[in-house]
Design a protein around this ligand. Structure first.
Ligand code: PEP
Ligand code: MN
Length: 337
């Protein structure tokens, strides 16, 4: 259930109501919209209990709205305005699109710095790099771990680009959170509910990738886990789903972009690298993602893809990334971004 406050409701009225809801055993999530303050009420049997408490009679309350979707805090009904997530000076979900770029995995300081300086020059606004890699085979390169995190901290210091990196489990979360500006949850962990709960306790933005076989509802419920814990900074990321088609690594489900925009206030980005698995398809799919209304893309770039320790086949060279950025700007302009 959602309580919509009157336009002129006071901080005192909101604090009073919040206290009353908490005393009754509910969790109350206050959202400050442009024109209204809305309180999301989470708990069991909320409709009946709120009626019994005569919430509507409390000064400042305009109305109580019941949300029929299973996700509440992630829903558009809860928050009609778009959520904008601030990562340093970069705003994700606003008018401007954002580009996260960097190698699949951090391999060395030289590789990371060379890539970061080049993608920044080409217009990327955030740097990505894997430290703890979720590889399909246990024999594949697993990432440099903390050493990679230290390299990324250096990259941030030198370039000013904020860092996006994946966290794979609760054990390494404190370490990764020490270095990362955005915590990435990979496709394999979208339904790791214990980890999602822990992310709810963090106060850092989370890039939540869609599970490779997750429905939109399952994905938004995964986001709800993080929001329900009190961390309201969730960025969704479509990265391809598993279908019968084997012409690409996964099938990029671009229709979810406008769909997600109608269902939720959270920003959505697209990963054209992992979804296609082929560098040749990355630029066209990036353009398509922005044309469809995505708030940005996350792209793999490597100075020498043939020698990459992971995902070389889908990595753009610096030159290809630079020319893609040129075209992407034109698409962004065409759709008013
Ligand atoms: C990644 O972005 O490094 C990655 C492993 O992606 P995904 O979880 O989408 O496979
Ligand atoms: Mn990768």
């Amino acid at each position: 259930m959602v309580i919509v406050m009157e336009a002129g409701s006071s901080p005192g009225q909101i604090a009073y109501l919040k206290g009353k809801l908490q005393n009754a055993g509910f969790k109350a999530h206050v959202s400050h919209g442009a024109s209204r303050i809305i309180i999301g009420v989470i708990g069991e049997d909320t409709r009946r209990k709120l009626e019994d408490m005569a919430i509507k009679a409390i000064p400042g309350v305009e109305k109580i709205v019941s949300i029929l979707k299973p996700y509440i805090l992630a829903s558009r009904e809860f928050m009609p305005e778009d959520t904008i997530i601030q990562v340093g000076s970069v705003a994700i979900g606003g008018t401007e699109i954002q580009v996260i770029a960097g190698p699949c995995a951090i391999e060395s300081e030289g590789q990371a710095l060379e890539t970061a300086l080049a993608v920044k020059r080409a217009g990327a606004t955030l740097f990505r790099g894997g430290a703890f890699k979720p590889r399909t085979s246990p024999y594949s390169f697993q990432g440099l771990g903390e050493k990679a995190l230290k390299i990324m901290a250096k990259v941030r210091e030198v370039t000013g680009l904020q860092i996006v990196t994946e966290v794979m489990d609760s054990d390494t979360l404190p370490l990764v959170a020490e270095y990362a500006d955005v915590l990435q949850i990979g496709t394999r962990n979208m339904q790791n509910y214990q980890l999602l709960k822990k992310l709810g306790e963090c106060r850092k933005p989370v890039l939540l990738k869609r599970g490779a076989s997750a429905s939109v509802e399952e994905w938004l419920l995964a986001a709800e886990y993080i929001l329900a814990g009190g961390n309201y900074q969730v960025i969704l990321c479509e990265r391809g789903i598993r279908t019968f088609a084997n012409n690409t690594r996964y099938t990029l489900d671009l229709s979810v972009v406008p769909l997600i925009k109608s269902l939720t206030h959270l920003p959505i980005m697209v990963d054209p690298s992992h979804s296609t698995g082929k560098w040749e398809l990355v630029a066209p799919m990036s353009n398509a993602a922005i044309a469809a209304g995505a708030d940005g893309i996350i792209v793999e770039v490597h100075p020498n893809p043939e020698e990459a320790l992971s995902d070389g086949a889908q990595s753009l060279t610096i030159g290809r990334f630079t020319s893609m950025m040129h075209d992407l700007r034109a698409v962004a302009r065409a759709v008013g971004r």
